[in-house]
Ligand binder design. Structure first.
Ligand code: NDP
Length: 391
């Protein structure tokens, strides 16, 4: 029986994973070690009970009494706090899903890799902020990192072990998000509600807004660079409004392989869950005749300045990824809270990158979690101060 842990179980990716696990026998098939959540105690307790987990951990410490009450009589351990989440990652499990949103996912994911475990990585922020550290640690400990982000899972499946030497380029597709067809001059007035509605994918609010701004694709370009070790000029972005082709790999012989599937994250999660085998999944199949046509267009860098920032970060290397990730998270918080406009987010991130580039050590990749978090904290302060600096 394989043992599994889900970090970020109560989120959109966590729910999809839970659905797959329960649909394939639940506790009869899987031995659940840990499930974690941020604030949603009721759902976390429900999942822990359904999976017969050993431990449930909630990030918000104030919610520990509620979690204990919700698990009373089950024998399931309850814990709370960021430190408890990180420590829970040390508990051996054959397969761990990293699906916490944001930089908070880095510490537990890194600990799984440090103990040489298998990490199914949805939390792209880990690779953006600490790609070198994570990949070097995995090489040292023999840990396996499996991509769960749909584009990276698609590239991984197309590559099927091929050497990068025969790969000319990788193309990540992008739906274009909520504002793909909006007139450029309207973007500054975009509301949080408008940015939070995705045309194809049903995802958490933060990644949905990041899709509208293309910061999500910017993170993915950096993620592909870190995970596959491809230089930035061999990673392209293509707008594909239907979200059916998730990525393409073009080879030196002129051939291109594409990975297709309905826009449902359970495909990529299921692939990582059963890797290296393929298992039958109870999911919708693709019907190309019903779809009729697929369309593509080049991304407009005026509409989506985040893409140029991703290229800049890859060229800069060092701490640039940690800075971009944290500054983006701060800018997103500020947009959601109504402090800045949708179109201000890229300016705040660019500002934080400019300031960071002038600081000692910027050119060196952070080699510890603490070093990543130092750049992270400074970048958040810089991005938050951007409005004042810009005024
Ligand atoms: P959600 O916002 O839906 O869920 C996030 C999860 O993280 C929840 O379980 C939430 O808990 C928990 N959480 C939030 N803040 C903290 C914190 N500070 N400490 C610990 N746990 C916390 O996000 P998604 O599921 O959409 O995304 C998760 C990750 O997967 C992200 O990195 C995203 O980029 C990536 N991803 C998502 C895709 C998608 O389709 N959704 C596609 C590809 C990648 P609670 O809800 O209980 O507060």
């Amino acid at each position: 029986m394989r043992s599994i842990s889900i970090f970020g179980a109560t989120g959109s990716i966590g729910e999809s994973a839970f659905d797959l696990l329960m649909g394939s026998g639940g506790p009869k098939t899987w031995r659940a070690v840990a499930v974690t959540g941020g604030r949603n105690v009721a759902r976390l307790a429900e999942m822990a009970r359904a999976l017969h987990a050993e431990i449930a951990v909630i990030a918000d410490e104030a919610l520990l009494p509620d979690l204990r009450a919700a698990l009373a009589g089950t024998g399931i351990e309850a814990a709370a706090g960021t430190q408890a989440i990180a420590e829970t990652a040390d508990r051996p499990a054959d397969w761990t899903l990293s699906a916490i949103v944001g930089a908070a996912g880095l510490a537990p994911g890194l600990r799984v890799v440090e103990r040489g475990g298998t990490l199914a990585l949805a939390n792209k922020e880990s690779l953006v902020a600490a790609g070198r550290l994570l990949m070097a640690t995995a090489r040292r400990t023999g840990a396996t990192i499996l991509p769960v982000d749909s584009e990276h899972s698609a590239v991984f499946q197309c590559l099927d072990g091929d050497s990068l030497e025969v790969v000319e380029r990788v193309t990540l597709t992008a739906s274009g998000g909520a504002f793909r067809d909006w007139p450029l001059e309207r973007l500054a007035q975009a509301t949080v509600a408008e940015a939070s509605s995705h045309p194809n994918w049903d995802m958490g609010q933060r990644i949905t807004i990041d899709s509208a701004s293309m910061f999500n694709k910017a993170l993915e370009v950096i993620e592909a660079h870190e995970f596959f070790g491809l230089p930035g000029d061999r990673i392209e972005v293509l707008v594909h409004p239907e979200s059916i082709i998730h990525a393409l790999v073009s080879y030196v012989d002129g051939g291109t392989l594409a990975h297709l599937g309905p826009p449902d994250m359970r495909h990529a999660i299921g692939h990582a869950l059963h890797w290296p085998r393929r298992e039958k999944l109870p999911l919708a199949r693709l019907d190309l005749a019903a779809l009729g046509s697929l369309t593509f267009r080049a991304p407009c860098e005026t509409r989506w300045p985040a893409l140029a920032l991703a290229r800049q970060v890859i060229a800069q290397g060092g701490a640039a990824g940690a800075v971009l990730n944290a500054a983006k998270e701060q800018a997103l918080d500020d947009f959601i809270a109504g402090r800045i406009r949708f179109t201000d987010m890229a300016g705040a991130v660019a500002h934080a990158l400019d300031l960071a580039a002038g600081r000692p050590g910027f050119g060196t990749s952070p080699d510890s979690l603490e070093a990543v978090l130092e750049w992270d904290a400074q970048a958040r302060r810089d991005a938050a101060a951007w409005q004042t600096a810009a005024a």
